[in-house]
Design a protein around this ligand. Structure first.
Ligand code: AMP
Length: 416
């Protein structure tokens, strides 16, 4: 299968050739003809599958005809984060080089004025996060009535981040007839409900099994006590001489702490999370990409949309509360068919989170021990006993006949 069989014009084929893409990825093979034909599309595809080119290439072709003479927003791409917005915008710029199509990116947390200036210079493709887009629309700085194609990229993440109301408000500003392309790495009831509302007779494209982890990624799980995790991360990176390692933690605090610990162990690390300024985040990413720092430590939200070619190693310093985040995290490695390694550090108390991951992926994982970092089983046993041993309070409640279960209250901490 080559790109020339998908219906792309010579100009686009030349671009693809210049970029060195030889074979279209499965999502590109399936989506490009459908997008060119003007159909709505609902695609299950995660980052690293080549999904951006799967919608950008055919959209550039469809909207190229009028681009030079008639500047109006014809393609609107919504993304959950500014990092993904930047990445998608850069892809549009890359894929439409020399073709006279203008892409503009707009996201919150950065000054609005340069974005307005860029819009005023003429915009065919607008890539934006929902909040900033609404701000521009309500201030009447943009006209969305000319939009012909709406792309929802990482729709599951947008819903996770609570953008549903913003999305609904944006939809009201679009013309009745428009093409909608819906991309999501995972599917749950909320994602289906949104897709049902906004798609018309969509072509369904599923390139990997639903919620399946990307192929070619070796997944390794080490059982290790919490207080030894930082040491194990430093040991893995140092002893195996890993470079460009992306490390996920659950909290911003853990990001900073781990980055500091790694630096102490002589491993250069950049920290990226939502409390950092956009400049600091961009700088961290740049240093990581250019190899100036070996490790990038990030929260799930901050890491969304980071486009780093040939990322080989991902470490889950802690397993995420939301098992779907695990799939997103390890999707950062093994990109576009390259092999990758995802290592997860699992403390005794996190084992239930591993079960959640197993349930979602349908895979069974074996917990390993790393020599020198074996878990302290005595301490685990003590903590199990402490949990099993009824407290004086519950013994008294039982004696008084009030021994009801408290399970609901003590249930797992989930994000939704
Ligand atoms: P995406 O899933 O859109 O984030 O793309 C992941 C990476 O794959 C990007 O760095 C693209 O430049 C690259 N890529 C996209 N399509 C192809 C292709 N057909 N062949 C090789 N690399 C590709």
């Amino acid at each position: 299968m080559s790109f020339s069989t998908l219906g792309l014009h010579a100009e686009l084929l030349a671009v693809v050739d210049t970029l060195g893409y030889q074979t279209p990825t499965p999502i590109q093979q399936a989506a490009i003809p459908e997008v060119l034909a003007g159909h709505d599309v609902m695609a299950g595809a995660q980052t690293g599958t080549g999904k951006t080119a799967a919608f950008a290439l055919p959209l550039i072709q469809r909207h190229l005809v009028r681009a030079a003479s008639e500047k109006a927003i014809r393609v609107l791409v919504l993304t959950p984060t500014r990092e993904l917005a930047q990445q998608v915008h850069q892809s549009f710029v890359k894929y439409s080089q020399g073709l006279g199509l203008n892409s503009v990116v707009a996201y919150g947390g950065a000054s609005i004025n340069p974005q307005i200036d860029a819009l005023n210079e003429g915009c065919d493709v607008l890539v934006a996060t929902p909040g900033r887009l609404l701000e521009l629309a309500t201030k009447q700085l943009i006209d969305l009535s000319t939009v012909e194609t709406l792309v929802l990229d990482e729709a599951d993440r947008m819903l996770d981040m609570g953008f549903i109301v913003d999305i609904e408000r944006i939809l009201k500003r679009l013309p009745e007839a428009h093409q909608t392309l819906f991309f999501s790495a995972t599917f749950n009831d909320d994602v289906f409900a949104l897709s049902k509302n906004i798609l018309k007779q969509p072509k369904l494209i599923e390139v990997a099994e639903r919620n399946a982890t990307a192929a070619k990624i070796e997944q390794r799980f080490y059982e290790v006590d919490n207080k030894r995790k930082a040491g194990l991360v430093a040991y893995l990176i140092g002893s195996k001489n890993w470079h460009q390692v992306l490390i996920f933690t659950r909290t911003k605090q853990a990001v900073d702490e781990l980055a500091t610990e790694l630096e102490k162990d002589g491993i250069s690390a950049a920290a990226v999370h939502g409390d950092k300024s956009q400049g600091a985040r961009d700088r961290g990413l740049e240093e990581f990409k250019t190899g100036k720092v070996r490790a990038l430590v990030a929260t799930d939200v901050a890491a969304r949309g980071l486009d780093i070619d040939q990322l080989q190693y991902v470490i889950n310093y802690e397993l995420p509360y939301n098992a779907e985040d695990y799939i997103h995290r390890i999707g950062r490695t093994g990109r576009a068919g390259q092999a990758g390694l995802a290592v997860s550090l699992v403390s005794h108390k996190e084992k239930y989170l591993l079960q959640d991951v197993e349930k979602l992926t349908g895979e069974h994982f074996v917990l390993q021990w790393m020599e020198g970092f074996e878990p302290n089983l005595m301490a685990q046993e003590e903590s199990n006993n402490a949990r099993r041993k009824p407290s004086k309070k519950s013994q008294r409640a039982k004696a008084l006949g009030q021994g009801g279960s408290n399970k609901g209250k003590a249930g797992r901490q989930r994000r939704h």
